[in-house]
Design a protein around this ligand. Structure first.
Ligand code: ZN
Length: 207
């Protein structure tokens, strides 16, 4: 099966700066699984993988524009230190979730003075040319649910799944709405509850 949009793809890969400094790798863990065409991967890597199949290897160098985008100076902001009231120690390198115009983002503290804190909402790899090397280890059809949600559901997992809770309000991560062992939103009981509550709730319009 060749990789095309809406298929679930598993890859093992490593990513490195172009000078060879390794940044991340799935080598010692589970492969990365995603749905092709959902922009889960950076654009250049998704494009590179299209048409490949299990066993195919890839080795591609991407400019920042095709990876995590250019570094955006306007995403670096100085905010008053008083905003961090209640945080005992603010240190360079700390990161946290912040609400931004583009939705919740991870921001990193890049400078701390007595009065101000500089925070950077750029992706840590923004502005970098990156090399991705790896292998396709799985390609399968997505379930209807996965396509509706735009993300994969691990076999047997329910709404308690970590990424699911983070990405969606769907079901609110409330496992009690699901019968044991049922996957997210597929649960019969869940659908019934949804209709009582709101016709626009989970399952009908997660996206
Ligand atoms: Zn889901």
């Amino acid at each position: 099966m060749k990789i095309e949009n809406d298929l679930v793809v598993s890859i093992h890969f490593g990513v490195a700066e172009v000078d060879g400094h390794a940044l991340d790798s799935t080598e010692n863990g589970a492969p990365l699984e995603y749905i092709q065409g959902t922009h889960y991967l950076v654009p250049g890597l998704e494009a590179e993988l299209a048409g490949k199949e299990v066993g195919d290897k890839f080795d591609v160098t991407l400019e920042a524009e095709q990876a995590y985008g250019p570094f955006q100076e306007e995403l670096v902001q100085q905010v008053p230190r008083s905003l961090f009231e209640g945080v005992d120690e603010i240190e360079v390198g700390m990161s946290f979730q912040a609400e931004t115009d583009q939705g919740p983002r991870t921001v990193e503290v890049t400078e701390v003075t007595d009065e101000t804190v500089s925070i950077d909402a750029n992706h840590p790899l923004a502005g970098m040319a990156l090399q991705f090397v790896g292998e396709v280890v799985g390609v399968r059809e997505a379930t209807a649910e996965e396509l509706a949600h735009g993300h994969i559901h691990q076999a047997g997992s329910s709404c308690g799944g970590h990424s699911h809770q983070e990405e969606h309000e769907c079901c609110g991560g409330d496992k009690s709405k699901h019968a044991e062992g049922e996957s997210c939103c597929g649960g019969h009981g869940h659908k019934e509850k949804k209709e009582e509550k709101s016709p626009e709730g989970c399952c009908g319009s997660c996206h």
